[in-house]
Design a protein around this ligand. Structure first.
Ligand code: G3I
Length: 393
């Protein structure tokens, strides 16, 4: 499985002509463009009409120098709303996660009927621009269509889950870099000794639903890297510690039974008020334990919630940047970490605006670029941590 990337690789295929979604760049165009931006700077490119944001050395280039992937989630509507965002995305990312397009409720609004239109567009855009795709996500307690929730029973749970995986992973077989096979399956709040979330899947398929999901995905898409994506593992408090213990125990069982699991995704939706419990020694020890078990680790949904930070933009950006820096420095020290994906690139396209707004009503600033696509302190913090990260073999 190729987990690194070659910044100089060349396309061996004919790219279709560009349109609003595909960006119209061949791999060589995009690579040359990115390399030029990395070595030259705003003055030269401003003269030829390239956006100012492009002057920031592409994070993907800094990551590639260390054998790491860098990218972001993406919803296609952002490109429709802002062609400049498409340019930012093409410049900064070598891996992309569909923010919504591959979720069950995005694919299927009626029993058994699947519409892959938007997900196919997403994959085609990424293929044209040689961006790897992280499939997200096959088995989640959230983003289920109403019909599936209503139909699930202990009698049909396994068949419904496996049928969904076969249809979706089978549809994209051979085209994706990885699959988030299961998502957010741990929940200390469910008070189970095994740490599993008391979800519809657990209730209707049984405690072995995770391994069944991995087996079904491996059968449907044998070359994809199969990942267990999870939240709050990065937080060194009681909740996070309980999740880490549960994951390592469950992982030992899965691996002992030969379940095809290759990686762990750490969502890393970081919270400003949790700065003191991020990136400490216990976190690194956990990553090291995952690495010892042969897991490739990906930071999969990185952003920083700023609702507890001061209103002042400069102070707020600095506080956000410090969290990126602390967290990524610790993460990238661990050789098992192979890539970083942020949950958006610029502050105008972030789930946090709707889900974790500030009480003072000010726009949130959780991402590396501002709403005008200018690099912020967070961008420089990420760039610095990538530059000082040890190189992967
Ligand atoms: O597409 C419909 C639109 O037709 C409708 O008019 C509108 C009305 O609310 O809703 C639109 O769907 C929204 C969808 O995003 C697409 O924008 C859903 O309401 C909204 O709930 C959905 O939110 C996404 C959420 O996952 C649930 O799927 C967020 O954008 C996305 O950022 C978030 O991502 C999750 C990861 O997958 C897993 N980890 C946590 C992360 C943040 O919550």
């Amino acid at each position: 499985m190729d987990e690194g990337q070659d910044a100089n690789r060349q396309s061996t295929r004919n790219d279709p002509p560009g349109d609003q979604l595909d960006g119209g760049k061949t791999e060589m165009d995009r690579r040359d463009f990115i390399k030029e931006l990395g070595t030259m700077g705003l003055a030269k490119w401003a003269g030829v009409g390239v956006l100012e944001q492009a002057a920031a050395t592409p994070l993907t280039l800094l990551a590639a120098n260390k054998g790491l992937l860098f990218g972001s989630c993406l919803a296609l509507k952002y490109f429709v709303q802002s062609p400049a965002y498409r340019q930012l995305f093409l410049t900064q990312c070598d891996v992309a996660t569909p923010e919504v397009h591959m979720k069950w409720n995005s694919l299927s609004s009626q029993p058994g009927v699947y519409d892959f239109g938007n997900a196919d567009k997403f994959v085609a855009f990424c293929a044209t621009n040689h961006i790897k795709v992280r499939g997200h996500t096959l088995v989640w307690h959230d983003a289920l269509p109403a019909w599936a929730t209503a139909q699930l029973t202990t009698g049909n749970g396994r068949a419904m889950m496996v049928d969904h995986i076969r249809k979706v992973a089978g549809h994209f077989a051979g085209k994706l870099y990885s699959w988030d096979v299961v998502n957010e399956v741990l929940d200390p709040g469910s008070h189970r000794p095994d740490g599993l979330r008391d979800s519809l899947w657990l209730q209707n398929v049984g405690v072995d639903y995770i391994e069944q999901a991995f087996h079904a995905t491996a059968a449907a898409d044998p070359n994809a890297l199969l990942v267990w994506n999870e939240n709050y593992l990065e937080v060194s408090n009681g909740f996070g510690a309980a999740k880490r213990t549960a994951m390592l125990n469950l992982l030992d069982g899965l691996l002992a039974r030969g379940v095809p699991i290759h990686g762990v995704g750490l969502e890393a939706h970081l919270r400003g008020d949790q700065a003191s419990v991020l990136g400490d020694a216990s976190y690194e020890a956990f990553l090291s334990e995952l690495g010892r078990r042969g897991m490739k680790i990906f930071i999969t949904e990185l952003d920083v919630q700023d609702l507890t930070f001061p209103a002042d933009t400069g102070a707020r950006d600095q506080a956000v940047a410090e969290i990126y820096s602390r967290f990524l420095t610790a993460s990238l020290r661990q050789p098992a970490v192979r890539g970083v994906v942020t949950w958006g690139l610029s502050d105008n396209f972030s789930w946090i605006a709707a889900y974790r707004p500030r009480k003072d009503g000010l726009p949130v600033r959780p991402l590396p670029f501002d709403a005008k696509y200018q690099p912020k302190a967070a961008y420089y913090a990420i760039a610095e941590t990538l530059e000082s990260a040890p190189r992967r073999a």
